[in-house]
Write a protein that binds this ligand. Structure first.
Ligand code: ZN
Length: 376
């Protein structure tokens, strides 16, 4: 059932039961790790609710009627998808800047084409209170034709405190014909007052087998490539999907070379390695650069985790099986498990800073310094 959503059979069953009983809560909170398909599930649920010729006793969207295709394209008045936006000025109701409008439109189109796509908009720091006010106004207006209006708040924890307080009013006002779905990979950042008014549905990490199978079926990837990407994705389908078409092995050797240069006290050479995947100037757009950095940091984390597995005698957990020789060399030189754990922490922090700021080159150079003090 719901073949557009990978795995998560337990969650599907919960939602199917709710739909069959006809008793939906006012608001759900879909929580769980990134890339498990929380938005995809919310979209599929909205389709099933509003489908005009549903299958399976009304529990499954037909994927063909006007309602289904409008919802899938984010073009249905019945379904609103709210996410963090850049703020163009201090005024809450200020309009988006021209260049941001184009990016938002593009990102939403990517999400419509693939609900597992992770929307990333530069400088989109929060779901602002102006967006919540706008949402309340839209909910006050009635719409024609839809069975039930569905509001999806993607990464709802990105509502700041002011937004969450404003949003509480929406949760408290009963809208009989409206279902609100918050999705969040960090539900602890939501106010307890918000959480207590939602019904929590937890998503499970996807297994490597589920991810590999989805890559074969949806992306027609050959088996060896599907298995390789599934291992690297560590339960996150969006991540696996984002690495399709990338030369992951080449990326990995770049990042290992970067690590080697950084630790050989040759910071200048580390900078040269950075410039290979992060050109200092040139037309490449910020989001693409950030993705390039994130993918390499992820590969570095996996590589360091392998080094840790090797240093603690858990060889069978190694993901980069073809790199065992290099890993052994690394471990014989820097092999203290506690140093490697510290190094993994440095990469985690760099990943976090990458999400927050625009100076990606600075983030990578800072990482060199931190790795040096963790490992040497
Ligand atoms: Zn339909």
């Amino acid at each position: 059932m719901w073949p557009n959503v990978i795995g998560e059979e337990r969650v599907k069953q919960i939602l199917k039961n709710a739909l069959a009983s006809g008793k939906l809560p006012g608001a759900y909170l879909f929580s769980g790790p990134e890339g498990t398909g929380k938005d995809a599930m919310a979209i599929e649920f909205a389709k099933a609710i509003n489908c005009t010729s549903p299958h399976a006793n009304g529990l499954e969207a037909c994927d063909e009627c006007a309602s289904c295709s409008a919802i899938a394209n984010f073009a249905s008045p019945a379904v609103m998808f709210v996410h963090a936006l850049p703020k163009s000025s201090d005024r809450d109701d200020a309009e988006l800047k021209e260049e941001d409008v184009a990016i938002v439109r593009e990102q939403r189109a990517m999400k419509a084409a693939d609900p597992y796509f992770h929307i990333e908009i530069p400088r989109a720091q929060a779901i602002h209170v102006g967006q919540i006010r706008e949402l309340r106004l839209s909910l006050a207006r009635s719409i024609a034709g839809a069975k039930r209006r569905v509001v999806i708040l993607g990464e709802a924890h990105r509502m700041n405190t002011q937004s969450q307080n404003a949003f509480l009013k929406t949760l408290e006002e009963p809208h009989a014909d409206t279902l609100i779905i918050l999705t969040s990979s960090n539900p602890n950042a939501l106010l307890p007052t918000v959480r207590s008014r939602t019904q929590d549905v937890r998503f499970d990490v996807l297994s490597n087998v589920e991810i590999a199978e989805a890559l074969r079926e949806r992306e027609s990837l050959p088996e060896d490539q599907s298995n390789f990407l599934a291992r690297l994705a560590a339960g996150n389908y969006s991540r696996a999907r984002g690495m399709i078409g990338e030369d992951v092995r080449a990326m990995r050797s770049e990042i290992v070379q970067f690590l080697r240069m950084g630790l050989s006290k040759s910071r200048k050479n580390a900078a040269v390695e950075i410039d290979k995947f992060l050109p200092r100037s040139g037309g490449s757009r910020f989001l693409e650069k950030r993705q390039a950095v994130e993918q390499r940091l992820l590969l570095l984390t996996l590589w360091l985790r392998d080094a840790l597995a090797l240093s603690t005698g858990s060889e069978d957990e190694i993901i980069n099986q073809d790199q065992v020789e290099d890993l052994q060399k690394f471990v014989s030189r820097f092999g203290e498990p506690k140093s490697i754990i510290a190094a993994i922490g440095c990469v985690d922090r760099a990943m976090h800073r990458t999400k927050l700021q625009l100076q990606l080159r600075g983030v990578m150079l800072e990482l060199v310094v931190e790795l040096e003090s963790a490992l040497l």
